[in-house]
Design a protein around this ligand. Structure first.
Ligand code: PLP
Length: 195
């Protein structure tokens, strides 16, 4: 069903960015991605390509040379948004690839989900920001959970989440503090709980 989306994008010169996101676009092969990027690159008003993926966090090798060549091939700026939740997820293999991609000119961001018992301590969140920055990645969002079935035990109350965020702001430079947000169905953007 790409055809219809591509036609729509081509007819909308006010659209400057395309996001490949959820599912996980990096579960596609480089060949499939190349077919899509070939079609997108033919649309002159697109300036940014953004990819949201958790795959590199669990399989750093997915950031392979072929993919790097593909994502730096065209005129646009490429932004890769990783989904890491804990500093121990940032392995040496991931750090090496992120640094390499950063020096190839890509912008690297991270979004996390605030998870009770996993990363709901200011030390853990501050470590995560430090470790990400060392790898050339900026923290972007810290999400409150989507209300999905079976995940309630990971929920952190908003009042606690805001406190954690304030502690983080007191501890870190502003550019290492992710925005605390929640995704609300029907809203045009994420709801910011603390910026
Ligand atoms: C929020 C979100 C986006 C959109 O990002 P913005 O920077 O808010 O435009 C895309 N993909 C995922 C998975 C997101 O959570």
């Amino acid at each position: 069903r790409w055809e219809q989306a591509l036609e729509w994008l081509a007819a909308r010169p006010d659209i400057h960015e395309v996001i490949l996101s959820g599912g996980d676009p990096l579960t596609l092969t480089n060949r499939r991605l190349e077919q899509l990027l070939d079609a997108l690159a033919a649309i002159p008003h697109l300036r940014r390509l953004r990819i949201h993926s958790r795959t590199p966090v669990v399989i750093p090798e997915r950031l392979d040379a072929g993919l790097k060549a593909l994502l730096t091939r065209d005129r646009w700026q490429t932004v890769l948004v990783l989904h890491a939740n804990h500093p121990r997820e940032i392995s040496p293999a991931l750090v090496a690839r992120c640094r390499d991609w950063r020096s190839a000119g890509m912008t690297l961001l991270n979004q996390s989900v605030l998870l009770a018992g996993v990363n709901d301590r200011v030390d853990t969140l501050a470590d995560l920001s430090d470790v990400l920055f060392d790898a050339g990645v900026l923290p972007y969002y810290l999400h409150q959970l989507d209300a999905v079935q079976g995940a309630a035990h990971f929920a952190v109350p908003d009042v606690i989440a805001r406190e954690l965020h304030a502690d983080l702001r007191a501890r870190l430079p502003g550019f290492l503090v992710p925005r605390l947000t929640r995704e609300e169905p029907g809203e045009p953007a994420k709801t910011v709980l603390a910026g």
